[in-house]
Design a protein around this ligand. Structure first.
Ligand SMILES: [Zn+2]
Ligand SMILES: [Zn+2]
Ligand SMILES: [Zn+2]
Ligand SMILES: [Zn+2]
Length: 134
């Protein structure tokens, strides 16, 4: 379904309050809105959207090349899989510091962004709003 909402005010109203069409309420979401502080769910880098990711999958616990749900600590007697356990040595795939790569509450999120900006990644701020036009 493609919706066209004319007028910036109507579009803003639709995103904040929802949209009523044929007496059914649709939730209107911004689509692919991201900037340097957006984190990719796949490689865990900042500055691009998961759907645009061309990198390898990274684990948010050990920075290995596997999704976090496949994480194991490597201890054969440890029953915990797919999450942090007593044996976990955290390693951030972005800065190599000992914390989870998706630790958003941390000021290091900003540090990551700045590092990547210096590295030339995320210099362009992409904002693509769908399905609004005009
Ligand atoms: Zn990515
Ligand atoms: Zn891992
Ligand atoms: Zn363990
Ligand atoms: Zn980090």
């Amino acid at each position: 379904m493609v919706l066209t909402i004319s007028g910036k005010h109507a579009a803003t109203k639709a995103t904040t309050t929802g949209l009523s069409i044929f007496s059914r309420k649709f939730k209107v979401q911004k689509y692919l809105t991201f900037g340097p502080d957006t984190q990719c769910n796949k490689c865990l880098a900042f500055g691009h959207h998961t759907s645009k990711c061309a990198n390898d999958t990274h684990c948010n616990l050990c920075a290995g090349q596997h999704p976090a749900y496949l994480y194991t600590c490597g201890q054969s007697d440890c029953p915990i899989k797919g999450k942090q356990c007593l044996h976990t040595t955290l390693k951030c795939t972005n800065c190599r510091d000992p914390h989870k790569a998706d630790f958003k509450e941390s000021p290091t999120t900003l540090a990551h962004t700045r590092k990547q900006l210096r590295g030339g990644i995320g210099l362009t701020r992409f904002t693509h709003v769908f399905p609004f036009t005009g």
